[in-house]
Design a protein around this ligand. Structure first.
Ligand code: HAM
Length: 419
């Protein structure tokens, strides 16, 4: 045998057993996007590296050390997308989506970050993102958050919603200075990572998971003390809307997020468990990004769900069309079996026909394991035996009567679309 080629670390295929629940959740998410009036946008997987440097920020972990960046044959520096927001804004500017318009957009797909892989953290992972443009008030934030909360609630995912405000860039600047003063006063007790961040991106020091840093960070100033009147009013509006909608939240004064483009509201859903990678979905307002990337000033807010993390926490999967019929057949009757399957599919029934060479016994085993609600065995040119799942006695019927009889059995428990 030849040597196998290993997959890339942190980059996994979704095998058929996983695809089915993913597809069911994706289908439900698509439906919810429609219900909320969001339209799909399909974004490229590669962009110019400069896009992320300018949007996500030079001094962020993503741009500093996590991007898959390469020179293409023209010598242009390109990167695999580490997230979707920057590309969405870039495509929106080029496509003329923002000028004097509001937009509600969604996208989904693979993102790439060269992080240390572990459970819930991959180098290729999938996001489901929603972005809204042209709306500057807190109401759209509340609507997005209500959408996120609905998704998690429907799927039975237990998570806390954390909200904070980073204020305007001016508030953030003042806060940055106060934070740096505080951290410098304890410089000798900062860990190596924090010292590095202190110069490059001091707000990120607040994200340290090192317990030794806890005391210093708990004593750090809060951004709320540096909010302008406008920032304070905006945040009060948001919390007011959330209360009115009955969306539970916690104010997290030290939530800052790892991307530079945020202003005002930021939020995250964190799984209740003490998972290492507990953040399921996250986002916030990013009013400055469209101008930063060369467009006209446009209010913007959005969030993205980490699909792998979401899928790991679903306790109420959406109902999917289960296997209705499994057809067992000897090779000589495969043609008839296929015709029967097509006739059933015309009626919306999910059918699988056993087409691999196998003994009747092993076909029977496979059929029982399939979970189909009705098993059909092709006997001869005359007809089939139909057995409802769980029944011991089968019915012998002609090929012509088979569709009607099967529909009858399935109709007793499932809705078959007869139209
Ligand atoms: P983010 O917090 O970097 O935000 O990522 C959003 C979500 O993607 C995370 O909460 C997490 O569930 C998932 N995620 C991130 N990295 C990984 C990884 N290595 N493996 C598995 N899952 C991961 C953004 O990307 C922003 N673009 C969100 C946003 C949209 N803000 C405004 N609009």
């Amino acid at each position: 045998m030849n040597r196998q080629v290993a997959g890339v670390r942190g980059v996994a295929a979704l095998l058929p057993a996983e695809c089915a629940p993913w597809a069911a959740v994706e289908e439900r998410l698509r439906a919810l996007m429609e219900v909320y009036g969001f339209r799909e946008i399909r974004l490229p997987i590669i962009e110019r590296t400069e896009l992320y440097a300018r949007a996500v920020g030079e001094a962020t972990d993503i741009v500093e050390k996590e991007m898959y960046t390469f020179l293409d044959r023209n010598g242009d520096s390109l990167s695999l997308r580490p997230e979707g927001t920057a590309g969405c804004v870039r495509a929106g500017i080029e496509g003329g989506l923002f000028h004097n318009q509001t937009q509600r957009l969604w996208y989904q797909g693979a993102m790439f970050r060269h992080e240390r892989p572990q459970k819930g953290r991959y180098r290729q992972f999938h996001q489901w993102g929603v972005e809204a443009y042209g709306m500057s008030g807190a109401a759209i934030e509340a609507e997005l958050i209500a959408l996120g909360a609905r998704i998690l609630r429907e799927l039975g995912v237990n998570a806390r919603l954390l909200v904070n405000s980073l204020g305007t860039p001016a508030c953030r600047e003042r806060y940055r200075d106060a934070l740096v003063d505080h951290l410098k006063a304890h410089r000798d007790r900062l860990d190596e990572d924090s010292v590095r961040r202190l110069d490059r991106n001091p707000l990120r020091v607040l994200d340290s998971k090192n317990p030794a840093m806890r005391e210093i960070l708990d004593a750090a100033p809060a951004i709320a003390d540096h909010w302008s009147t406008e920032s304070r009013a905006h945040f009060a509006d948001l919390t007011g809307h959330l209360r009115a909608l009955g969306v539970a939240f916690e104010v997290a004064p030290r939530l800052v997020r790892g991307l530079d483009y945020y202003t005002h509201t930021v939020f995250e859903w964190v799984a209740d468990e003490t998972l290492a990678q507990a953040t399921i979905a996250a986002g916030g307002r990013y009013d400055g990004l469209v101008t930063e990337l060369g467009g006209a000033a446009t209010a913007a807010v959005g969030f993205a769900i980490g699909m792998e993390r979401l899928m790991g926490l679903v306790t109420r999967p959406p109902q999917v069309l289960g296997l209705g019929v499994y057809v067992m057949t000897p090779a000589a009757l495969q043609g008839r079996a296929l015709a029967l399957a097509e006739a059933l599919r015309d009626r919306g029934v999910r059918v699988e026909v056993h087409l691999a060479a196998a003994s009747a016994k092993s076909q029977g085993k496979r059929a029982r394991e399939s979970g189909a609600r009705c098993l059909v065995e092709a006997v001869d040119e005359e007809g089939v035996v139909i057995l409802a799942a769980g029944a011991t006695q089968g019915d012998t019927v002609s090929w012509t009567d088979a569709v009607a009889r099967i529909s009858e059995i399935l109709g007793a428990e499932a809705k078959i679309d007869d139209e």
